[in-house]
Design a protein around this ligand. Structure first.
Ligand SMILES: [Zn+2]
Length: 84
């Protein structure tokens, strides 16, 4: 009887440990994704940091720009040059 209880207890601990570790790994992967993602300062789309251009203004404000916004800005500027 005691052996039976000990086995049940051991299995219970193993199950809790398994789900605990699974939960921790899941949470870690989410937080790494959150750290690597940043919102574009213009269109507010959330993208991976290595797909964004970073610019600091007066060492305080940090702006992130995505490829689409930079292309749009470039097109807008080119359009202005044609107009003038
Ligand atoms: Zn953008």
């Amino acid at each position: 009887m005691i052996t039976y209880l000990a086995i049940v207890f051991l299995v219970l601990i193993l199950v809790i440990a398994y789900f605990g570790i699974k939960f921790l790994i899941h949470q870690k992967s989410i937080s790494i994704d959150e750290i690597n993602n940043e919102k574009c300062s213009l269109c507010r789309n959330k993208l991976n940091k290595n797909k964004l251009i970073v610019r600091e203004v007066f060492d305080v404000k940090v702006f992130f720009f995505c490829k689409n916004c930079i292309v749009n800005l470039h097109n807008e500027l080119t359009q202005k040059k044609i107009d003038n």
